[in-house]
Design a protein around this ligand. Structure first.
Ligand code: ATP
Length: 644
């Protein structure tokens, strides 16, 4: 079914859920990682996925167009390609760089939806993305793993998110052990993911997705960056997984002859057109029939890429595209006459099966509360080990606290040093603004790539993720801020009154929370380079309007609005209120001949700040935190949709 416009049409598909098949979850679901040259697992595991769960994918007239920017026009990457992805097959999408392999994979996996036209059919019915995502997973080129967690922890947390909560930890443990043993990772159970080799990281990425036992797996360049032995291991693993009844589609650049032979099917793209689709074995006869035979002793994979690059003439690309009917020709499949029609597939997988499967859980496998619990657990585990976000942050607070304390030692109680103390309060605000904001801007983009992968593969909802990162960070912010406040407050001899200290601490903490939310907004939308530029740049007006250099009284009326949107203004006013408000008595002026600020009121008049605004400042900062947090959430949500 094709709709007008440029949208993939989604319709019915056969969904697969682990809880519908507890025996699948509990029994061995993965093949042992094959040693080079072995293929015995292939037949051994074929019967494990019931026939009704096999997935046959057909795509017709797929186009993909991207915008090149304002007034720069559009670029069409895929030109009405067609194809068939059969179950039990390991399929390679091949082609030269820029041919559109990753784009096609993005479209087929449902990752890319904007600018896409054509239709994808699952078992004879138009694809419904929500249902399709329940049975598929997409593994992107870069391994997006939690490097601070061990292999076992990564697996356990993924199992808690992806397996039904009714399974106890022993049952989940069995699934994990089985997958890790068979993927050759069991002995690395206690190794942190960041310390694994490239091949092991790739296998762990696959292992994590295998927990929910997807029927369709899309892998973008799983062999890139691996040595030949790791490449072979990964491709053989994919082959064995495919021969269990899955449909596995990988993009590959230029495989060696032996690696190429491991694929069952190959789909060759050249400049967004399909040049060949069929079995790997049939590629050579196909080229022979086309009158451009593969030279003897030449790797057919290399030869077809050379043809696709136009090394033997551009006309060959057009000729082969026409011959392959842009992917419609299925005659180079094994036994093409046995390929079922769409109608036959619909009969084989009746709608009643869908009804049964649609009664399962919603968008994610487990409830929102379970997702939040698991993500909070994961967050604390990471925070405990995170050298930057936790350890360095604490150390920075201690070191900066001691430095400021030493620089402004005993300045808080002396009438002759009030201006110095005022500078200290502003320096404290700067510290509370810059360090959490920059830390978030620098670290969140890498977290973002993991979020994109896990969210797309239905591990959890964005809401659960957001609540968990907020809750995990709060105690770290409180502890860092408390440590800093105690050091600075006591070293600079601020008034030793518990109420004043608490007021000082509350304003400091609020400033940290606002700055962090601000950093989150920037980190959610921009990359590290742009974020590092934007964060401090946007902060400058905040400082200008804080009432520090130019008092609020002296701000030109046409710029006064700036003081309302500067959270530093409320922070500074709150700190002044804590230190000089509450009817503070006269300050010490030992030995001084002239002590202008003996009475705090004199100072407050000069800086044009009222000491009685503390609760208004707290309210304003609370509004800032809430608005920026909600804005950061909405930006994250927008970003997750926009990249697709
Ligand atoms: N969002 C985009 N905006 C502009 N051009 C794009 C966009 N996405 C992809 N392209 C272009 O489309 C073409 C196909 O990209 P794609 O990543 O699918 O190629 P590929 O075959 O996977 O290449 P490689 O093997 O090098 O990764 C490339 O020329 C790429 O520059």
């Amino acid at each position: 079914m094709i709709l007008a416009g440029a949208q993939i049409v989604d319709d019915h598909s056969v969904a697969y859920r682990p809880e519908n098949m507890p025996e699948t979850v509990k029994s061995s679901v993965t093949p042992a990682i094959p040693r080079e040259g072995s293929s015995s697992q292939d037949t051994q595991v074929v019967a494990k996925i019931p026939k009704r769960d096999l997935v046959d994918i057909q795509f017709t007239n797929i186009t993909c167009t991207v915008s090149l920017g304002i007034n720069k026009g559009h670029k069409q990457i895929l030109h009405g390609v067609n194809g068939r992805l059969r179950p039990n097959q390991l399929i390679a999408i091949m082609g030269p760089s820029g041919a559109g392999k990753s784009t096609l994979l993005d479209v087929l996996s449902g990752y890319r939806i904007s600018g896409v036209g054509g239709a994808v059919f699952i078992n004879g019915r138009g694809r419904i993305l929500k249902r399709f995502k329940r049975m598929s997973c997409y593994i992107q080129q870069d391994d997006r793993l939690q490097g601070l967690l061990t292999v076992g922890e990564n697996m356990a947390l993924a199992a808690d998110l992806k397996l039904p909560t009714k399974l106890d930890k022993y049952e989940k443990g069995e699934v994990i052990e089985d997958i890790l043993t068979n993927l050759g990772l069991y002995e690395h159970m206690n190794t942190r993911a960041a310390q694994l080799s490239g091949g092991q990281r790739k296998r762990l990425t696959i292992a994590l997705e295998l927990i929910s036992n997807p029927l369709i797996m899309f892998l973008d360049e799983p062999t890139t960056g691996l040595d030949s032995s790791s490449c072979t291991q990964v491709v053989q693993l994919c082959r064995s997984l495919a021969h269990q009844g899955r449909t596995i589609v990988c993009t590959v650049h230029q495989p060696s002859a032996s690696l190429f032979a491991l694929f069952d099917h190959v789909y060759v793209l050249a400049a967004g057109y399909c040049m060949y689709q069929g079995t790997t074995r049939n590629l050579v006869p196909y080229l022979e029939q086309a009158g451009i035979p593969c030279p003897m002793y030449h790797n057919p994979a290399d030869y077809i890429i050379e043809l696709a690059c136009g090394e033997y003439g551009e006309d060959k690309i057009g000729y082969l595209t026409t011959k392959a009917e842009n992917g419609k020709d299925l005659s180079w499949f094994d036994n093409p006459e046995t390929i079922p029609t769409m109608e036959a597939l619909r009969k084989q997988y009746p709608l009643t099966v869908l009804k049964e499967q649609d009664t399962g859980p919603g968008q994610e496998e487990t409830s929102q509360s379970n997702q939040r619990l698991v993500l909070i657990k994961r967050g604390f585990l990471k925070a405990k080990r995170d050298a930057t976000l936790t350890h360095l942050r604490l150390v920075v607070n201690v070191v900066v606290g001691i430095m400021l304390g030493s620089l402004f030692i005993r300045a808080g109680n002396e009438g002759t040093r009030v201006i110095e103390n005022y500078n200290l309060l502003f320096a404290i605000l700067m510290h509370h603004m810059m360090s959490p904001m920059m830390l978030t801007i620098l670290t969140f983009p890498s977290e973002m790539s993991i979020l994109i992968k896990e969210h797309f593969n239905r591990w959890y909802s964005l809401g659960s993720y957001y609540i968990s990162i907020t809750l995990v960070d709060l105690p770290i912010s409180i502890v860092s801020c408390a440590v800093f406040s105690v050091i600075v407050y006591t070293m600079s001899s601020q008034p030793l009154e518990i109420v004043r200290f608490l007021m000082f601490f509350v304003i400091s903490l609020y400033t940290v929370l606002v700055a962090q939310s601000f950093g989150l907004m920037i980190g959610a939308v921009f990359n590290v380079v742009n974020g590092t530029f934007l964060g401090p740049t946007i902060s400058v007006p905040m400082m200008m309007f804080a009432g520090f250099g130019v008092t609020l009284r002296d701000l030109p009326p046409y710029l006064y609005w700036g003081s309302y949107i500067s959270y530093l203004r409320y922070g500074l006013e709150g700190l002044i209120g804590a230190i000089y408000g509450l009817e503070r008595p006269t300050l010490d002026c030992d030995q001084a001949i002239y002590c202008h600020y003996r009475h705090p009121r004199t100072f407050l008049n000069i800086i044009a700040m009222s000491p009685d605004m503390f609760w208004w400042d707290v309210l304003a900062l609370t509004i800032f935190v809430v608005v920026l947090r909600v804005a950061a959430f909405l930006l994250l949500k927008w970003k997750l949709n926009a990249i697709r």
